[in-house]
Ligand binder design. Sequence first.
Ligand code: HEM
Length: 155
Amino acid sequence: MDTEIQGRAAHVAAIRERAEAEMKAMGIDEAFIDHLVETFYGRILQHPTLGPVFDAKLAGRWPEHMQKMKSFWSSVAFRSGAYGGKPVQAHTGVANMTPDLFPQWLALFSETLTDIAPNPEAKAWFMATAERIARSLTLSLFYNPALDDPQRKPA
Ligand code: HEM
């Protein structure tokens, strides 16, 4: 039993070490994640369609949201386990949430990374990760079998 637990702990530690090395090679560290979250949500608030949707839900709670998003990205990048929330549930309570907001979110994230990412590899990593999560959130929130068309190309 002990060896099984030790084996699992070693496995988790190995995954974490590999993630840290991979991020370090791309110049991604906690300071960059901090800067990215601050810059991106600053721009979200200025955005004509995304801004009001976010602010309607987060007015008075922005500092808490920023902290949550930093620990979310840090968990994804470094496999740190720092974030333990439920993203799908969090988005079900957002008023005026529509599928077309996701491409706008991704476009703004991409622009932000073009401006501040340390290099193209770092930008590509954040975009691939965000696109995967956006696709999965879109399916969880809006999947409708009546509209499912296997011939349709992804947006
Ligand atoms: C159009 C797209 C989106 C909108 C309008 C949106 C809006 C929001 C809002 C208003 C919250 C705060 C919920 C609350 O605390 O009551 C939230 C939380 C969150 N969002 Fe989004 N979001 C979008 C896309 C995304 C994407 C693409 C990601 C990931 C890459 C993401 C990750 C998260 C996470 C991790 C949280 C925190 C969930 C928690 O409470 O643990 N969101 N979002």
